[in-house]
Design a protein around this ligand. Structure first.
Ligand SMILES: Cc1cc2nc3c(=O)[nH]c(=O)nc-3n(C[C@H](O)[C@H](O)[C@H](O)COP(=O)(O)OP(=O)(O)OC[C@H]3O[C@@H](n4cnc5c(N)ncnc54)[C@H](O)[C@@H]3O)c2cc1C
Length: 471
């Protein structure tokens, strides 16, 4: 993976498709396009998955909230995608998770309303779990569930993921089928009908391509203006912040905490920590100015405390930007739909959508590009098959093996292979986290990691050690 060689390739070939942006949408489009036989170039101005696609709530879900907004079609489609991701596409990365929906005396909902909503949701999910759960069982599932004023608890099912690694798995799938991929490669100019200029490692190259897709997430309008200086804004941005605290290890369910008739927040056991959030506030500035504020953290902790007792110390925070269709109204009840547009030189722009439905978005993008569909069927991502037949090259305890299988699936032995000759690679990457030094090496040799942050934050879970992180 010599970056100079990749740049040479980008400069010398004429591609069928140039994808701008290596978040889940761009990576998913590259995966789908290569599966349809296209010669693809994929570039990202930062790290793959380094923007919104590693800053989500990490849920692969139908979206209970969208049901209350009357978006039954979106919920059904998202549940369908959730099932495919869990069963075929990435069973190691997308895991089933029960959710409790606690109903307090002073809460915004009546139990019958929530119960009927969850019955509809679970029917759309084709899940057996639904309805009210006995409070003793709820407390066994979530030991820190606040009991004061708790009237009842509903139960339903969704799934969680590691969003950064799901994105990376799509980049890798595309690369394994021949895509030319480069992170830290910024598109600065669109050349009508020809391709785009890309700056990477101090060099400017022209990437020639028959078609161009703009999957730049919060930057989608900036790229549209590179093609057409007069392009009108197509979307609004809404900030969502999250907080990671100690805890959650003995939770067997997540919490969906209602705050009013539209907004909920989550408390999710995630990678051995408790993930709390999120906020939803209009962001007026440039995407790169988004940051977690003290007020965000206070709001998240206060909202979590509605249903969680004894919240542990904050270890890490992050935030991202939702891309919402333009127009007025509150951000919380804006539709989470995907908007496609085609510019004057034929560039297709994709804005909005969800992590959960990325595969559908990618297929729709192929339609907009006029690519003849070969199949809608799901394809396993690298590492997704052979999970039950893994042969380990070194000895590891069960917890370490489970962690590696979750992150790499059946590629875990490849990650450990260099440790056969160098056992120091089996040492922890940082204190207090299950990641190994072998993962840091693999991140640089096989996963396009350039900086320490790429390794610690998106290839491994080391950053979750937060303030204890030695960087
Ligand atoms: C707070 C929050 C919580 C969410 N929670 C969930 C959830 O739980 N479940 C769910 O399904 N969805 C969730 N979502 C939605 C989901 O995260 C997004 O829909 C998805 O990540 C968007 O991916 P993307 O590829 O469009 O954007 P991004 O991930 O932002 O990718 C765009 C990429 O384009 C690159 N780029 C920009 N300009 C250029 C340029 N000039 N040249 C090259 N590259 C460029 C950027 O560097 C970036 O990596 C959440 C979103 C937010 C904000």
């Amino acid at each position: 993976m010599d970056r100079g060689d990749v740049l040479e390739k980008l400069a010398s070939r004429r591609f069928d498709l140039l994808v701008i942006g290596g978040g889940i949408v761009g990576a998913g489009i590259a995966e789908a396009a290569t599966a349809h036989g296209l010669d693809v170039a994929l570039v990202d101005k930062g790290d793959f998955g380094g923007a919104t696609s590693s800053a989500s709530s990490k849920l692969i879900h139908g979206g209970l909230r969208y049901l209350s907004l009357g978006d039954v079609g979106l919920v059904r489609e998202a549940h369908h995608e959730r099932r495919l991701l869990m069963r075929v596409v990435a069973p190691h990365l997308v895991r089933r998770l029960p959710f409790l929906f606690p109903l307090y005396e002073d809460g915004p909902y009546r139990p019958w309303f929530v119960q009927s909503g969850i019955v509809i949701y679970s029917t759309l999910a084709r899940a057996k779990l639904n309805g009210l759960v006995e409070l003793g069982r709820a407390r066994r599932m979530v030991p820190e569930l606040r009991g004061t004023g708790l009237r009842s608890c509903a139960l339903y099912e969704d799934a969680w993921t590691n969003d950064g690694r799901l994105t990376l798995a799509n980049v890798r799938a595309a690369a394994e089928r021949g895509a030319t991929v480069l992170n830290y490669a910024e598109v600065t100019t669109i050349r009508a009908g020809e391709g785009a200029e890309v700056i990477a490692d101090g060099r400017t190259v022209t990437v020639r391509a028959r078609s161009v897709v703009n999957a730049a997430g919060p930057w989608v309008d900036r790229i549209r203006r590179l093609e057409d200086a007069d392009a009108k804004p197509s979307m609004r941005l809404s900030k969502g912040a999250h907080v990671l605290v100690d805890g959650g290890q003995d939770w067997s369910a997540a919490l969906t905490i209602p705050h009013d008739k539209v907004r909920v927040s989550f408390a999710v056991p995630w990678e051995g920590m408790l993930l709390l959030g999120t906020t939803d506030t209009l962001h007026d500035g440039e995407p790169e100015t988004v940051a977690v504020t003290d007020e965000d953290v206070e709001q998240i902790l206060a909202e979590a405390a509605v249903a969680v007792d004894g919240i542990g110390p904050v270890r890490a925070t992050y935030c991202g930007l939702r891309v919402l269709p333009g127009g007025g109204g509150g951000t919380a009840n804006a539709r989470r739909e995907t908007v496609f547009s085609t510019g004057p030189s034929g560039m297709v722009s994709v804005a909005g959508g969800k992590l959960t439905t990325y595969r559908r978005i990618a297929l729709d993008a192929l339609d907009h590009l006029g690519v003849k569909r070969l199949s809608r069927g799901p394809r396993p991502l690298p590492g997704a098959t052979g999970l039950e037949r893994i042969t380990w090259p070194v000895e590891l305890d069960a917890a370490a093996r489970a962690h590696l299988i979750h992150l790499y699936g059946s590629l875990a032995p490849e990650v450990l292979a260099p440790a056969v000759d160098d056992p120091t690679l089996l040492e922890p990457l940082v204190a207090g986290r299950p990641d190994l030094k072998a993962q840091a090496l693999y991140a640089r040799t096989h996963e396009w990691a350039v900086s320490d942050e790429d390794v610690l934050r998106r290839r491994t879970t080391a950053w979750l050690a937060g303030r204890r992180l030695p960087v």
